[in-house]
Structures are given as structure tokens and as C-alpha cells.
Design a protein around this ligand. Structure first.
Ligand code: NIG
Ligand code: FE
Length: 417
């Protein structure tokens, strides 16, 4: 088993022994160790400590060593909401939006999600795998070590299976930890536009049984929104998923507050994502309901769509758990760069760097059911970590938005090229 020792680390960030998700005020606590070492053995973290006690703690040092003087070492990003498997691109709609069309208007005239659905129909599974693999490699170089990927551009048994099988291949071949979410309820295919029950029946009776039998999904998701799936329809679909052991995630309160939050509470959703239009009343409901899931905030999507940002501070003040994710997709966040997400959350949602770091690592891992092996630097956890450029402090990373300050990425104990 190969070992590697990182030495003279200016600051080892998010070092934890316990592994519990963080709620409210806890999110501001970020345990760090200054002037530290970190030992990786095989694909696991084997130990860490302070340089001044390294001789005592480690009687024999491995030959492979990396001097991290002046640098921070942090856990790799855990991106718990993406649509990374897609085909084509939508820069024409991007320009339409610059000219004044809204996301909802583009969808209403058959663009948006349906545009990408057409591209998924035309592409082969092999080609879809190839382009998705390249995206995943790019994200790994930018520091993502664990990622959730949704289907949802198939909208037919064949199309959804194509996407989910590509995700399965990525899971099998990539060193990144990948979780798969079935999002058949992303929008209605045009033939079912005025006949919603027909599509819901197809999801519940045709897609779910095969997806469950082939173990193609870890979670189920719906886009609960005006013009997409209303709360009742969302509930029917998510409940059907639960019957197959797929816990619920939701796209909710992105454009409008239409009551989906209640559905998420009732079904004990693992995460409720977006929340740009969350009302004060809904925040109180989330707080008082005892719901223990994650509020997954997607600041690059709000930025790209020129939407108001979700009320991150109020969520924290209410004791809720926040997660940050990229929402990587061709329509509302054509970037999966978690460093940008980190910066934007501090700049626009007023998260403290410590809160944002916890949200994008430990809580992100828990929002994918991976909190016990990822998301912090702890003995026995997977050796996924980032070595920063020489920087004065943690806050310098989000402060220097747009700069690439991640010098090296280690995934499962190996440097990513
Ligand atoms: O999370 N809101 C719904 N789904 C995606 C956008 C998908 C698309 O536009 O292709 C989102 O923003
Ligand atoms: Fe999304």
C-alpha cells in the first residue's frame, strides 16, 4: 500500500473526529490545525498531527513526501446537486436571456430543458459517457471529490435509462465518489403537456420498477414549480420512489413559492434544493417542523439567472443545515466549479468562509449519504484533499474570486493530473 506524507502544512482545514452534519450556529465552527502533517495510506487518511510532534507520532516516515509550506490543505469539494450528464449546450438561450427573455419564457416556448432532451435523444450512450467523463475530469482538477448526478433530460424510459446507465459507468470507472438521482420528473414531455397523469403513470409504473431492479438510482428528485410539477404531483412521484427505497430530493422554490416545502417536510426529503423564493413563513415551518434534511443552495444558478439569492443567513439563524452545490447544467449553471460556488456564497449570501467551507464539504457529503467517509479530514475517511497555493488565510480563497488557488488535488490518495 502506498503512503504519502504532507508536511509543514500552514493550516489543515476541517479536521474532525466525529462525523455529524452541522446545523445553524455549528456551521461557523471549523476545526483547523496549524503547522501540521497529514498521512495518507492507500486511499485513506491514516493520521495527522502537528509538525512539532511528528518525530514522536511517526517513528518511520514514508518516502513520498510533499512539502506544503505556506499552503492550506482542505477536504475535496462535495457537490451534492448536479446535472453533469447532458448533451449539447445552450449558449443561444443565454443570449436570448441577455436580450430580455426569462428562464420561464424560454421553457414555455419549448426551449430550456426540452432543448437538451432532444440532444439526449440524438446522442449514443458511448458518446454521452465520453463527454460526461471529460466534464468530470475537469471538475476533479478544480477540486471536486464527490458528486451527485441527476438524470432528467431523457423524459422517456429509454432516455432516462440511457442517462442513468452513463452515470453508472462513471461510478464504476471514476475515482470520484458518485451518487445517482432519478429526475424523470424534470418537466413534462410535450405529448403529456395536457395529460399529466399519463406521464406520472409512466414514471411510477414503467420507469421506477426497472430503475429500482437495475439499482440505477440512489435518490429520486422532482422539479416542483409552476408549469412543471405541482406539490401534489411531486408528492405522488416522490412517494412512489420511497416505496423503492429512494429517498427524496427536491428542486423547490426556485422561481415561485407554491407549497412544495410542505411536501418535502412530509416526506422527510434528504434535501430541498434552490430555495431562491423561500418566504419567511416557510423558513419558520422548516424550523418548527423538526425536519433534519439539508437546504441545498445553488448560488451559481441564482447568479446565472439573475435571481435573488436564497436567504442563507436566515436559514442558519433558524438552526437549519445548509449545503452548497453547483447545479452544473446547460441551462441555469453551465459551470461546476465549486471554487466559484464557495466565493459567491460568501460574497452574495454573506456566508462566512468557515460556514461556506462546511457547507461545501461535510454537509455536502451528508446530503449525498457520504458523510461518514467524505467531507472532512478524519482518520479512516477517504484520502480526498486539496492543496492550495501559498495563501495568507482561508478567507483569501473566496476573496480572490475567479483565481485558481487550488494547486493540487488528491483523490483516493492519488494526485489528479
Ligand atoms: O436546477 N430547475 C430545474 N432544473 C435545472 C435546470 C435545468 C436546465 O435548465 O437544463 C436547475 O436549475
Ligand atoms: Fe438542478
Amino acid at each position: 500500500m502506498s503512503s504519502r506524507l504532507l508536511t509543514h502544512i500552514k493550516q489543515l482545514v476541517n479536521v474532525r473526529t466525529g462525523d455529524q452534519p452541522l446545523y445553524g450556529k455549528e456551521m461557523a465552527e471549523l476545526p483547523c490545525l496549524n503547522d501540521a502533517w497529514l498521512l495518507l495510506e492507500g486511499d485513506e487518511i491514516a493520521g495527522f498531527g502537528r509538525m512539532d510532534s511528528i518525530k514522536r507520532d511517526l517513528p518511520s516516515l514514508p518516502r513520498a513526501q510533499t512539502d506544503c509550506s505556506g499552503r492550506l490543505v482542505l477536504p475535496a469539494w462535495c457537490d451534492s446537486h448536479t446535472h453533469l450528464v447532458y448533451a449539447g449546450s445552450r449558449e443561444n438561450e443565454f443570449v436570448d436571456k441577455i436580450r430580455g427573455l426569462s428562464y420561464a419564457e424560454i421553457n414555455a416556448r419549448g426551449g430550456g430543458i426540452l432543448n437538451t432532451v432532444q440532444k439526449i435523444k440524438e446522442i449514443s450512450e458511448d458518446e454521452l459517457f465520453r463527454i460526461s467523463w471529460k466534464r468530470l475530469e475537469e471538475l476533479a482538477r478544480m477540486g471536486t471529490g464527490a458528486i451527485e448526478i441527476k438524470s432528467g433530460y431523457g423524459l422517456s424510459l429509454e432516455g432516462e435509462l440511457k442517462m442513468l446507465r452513463v452515470i453508472r459507468q462513471l461510478k464504476e470507472k471514476s475515482p470520484l465518489q458518485i451518487r445517482s438521482t432519478f429526475l424523470g420528473a424534470h418537466t413534462y414531455p410535450p405529448v403529456y403537456r395536457d395529460h399529466h397523469e399519463g406521464y406520472i403513470r409512466e414514471i411510477v409504473e414503467e420507469m421506477l420498477p426497472i430503475i429500482a431492479k437495475e439499482k440505477l438510482a440512489d435518490y429520486i428528485d422532482v422539479f416542483c414549480e409552476n408549469g412543471f410539477f405541482n406539490p401534489e404531483e411531486s408528492e405522488t412521484i416522490l412517494k412512489a420512489g420511497l416505496q423503492y427505497g429512494l429517498q427524496a430530493k427536491m428542486h423547490v422554490n426556485q422561481l415561485n413559492a407554491i407549497g412544495g416545502i410542505e411536501t418535502g417536510i412530509r416526506l422527510n426529503a434528504l434535501s430541498m434544493d434552490h430555495l431562491e423564493t423561500l418566504t419567511t413563513g416557510e423558513i419558520s415551518r422548516l424550523k418548527n417542523s423538526g425536519w433534519k434534511g439539508f437546504c441545498t443552495l445553488l448560488p451559481t444558478a441564482a447568479f446565472f439567472l439573475r435571481m435573488p439569492y436564497p436567504p442563507a443567513r436566515q436559514l442558519l439563524e433558524s438552526g437549519l443545515a445548509i449545503t452548497l452545490a453547483s447545479d452544473y447544467n446547460p441551462g441555469s449553471s453551465p459551470s461546476g466549479n465549486m471554487n466559484t460556488v464557495f466565493s459567491l456564497s460568501c460574497i452574495q449570501m454573506r456566508l462566512l468562509p468557515e460556514e461556506a467551507l462546511n457547507a461545501a464539504t461535510l454537509n455536502g457529503a451528508f446530503a449525498m449519504g457520504l458523510g461518514h467517509t467524505m467531507g472532512s479530514l478524519a482518520v479512516g475517511k477517504t484520502a480526498n484533499c486539496l492543496i492550495s497555493a501559498p495563501v495568507p488565510s482561508l478567507a483569501y480563497l473566496p476573496y480572490r474570486f475567479g483565481s485558481n488557488l487550488i494547486d493540487k488535488v488528491i483523490i483516493r490518495g492519488q494526485f489528479v493530473a
